[in-house]
Design a protein around this ligand. Sequence first.
Ligand SMILES: [Ca+2]
Ligand SMILES: [Ca+2]
Length: 93
Amino acid sequence: MRKAISLSIFVLIATVGLAILIRTVNPSYHSYTIVGDINGDGVVDSGDLGILGIAWGSHSGDSNYVPAADLNSDGNINAFDFALLSMHWGQRG
Ligand SMILES: [Ca+2]
Ligand SMILES: [Ca+2]
């Protein structure tokens, strides 16, 4: 019985530790989804707009193309993506 409890606690700690490790290794990973949160910091704001601006006019394969900024996933960073970001401006997750 004690071994089962110890094993359960170990599994719980290992799971939490792995989740923390994934977030640390990959800062863009997050468990929530907000359309327009390009940098994955949990809010749609000027930080995301800045990235969209840097990637503006780029197409999939271009050096300045940022997949996360392609909010409608059409391979182009343009006004459609800006419109989506604008619609979700200020949202938090
Ligand atoms: Ca953001
Ligand atoms: Ca797009």
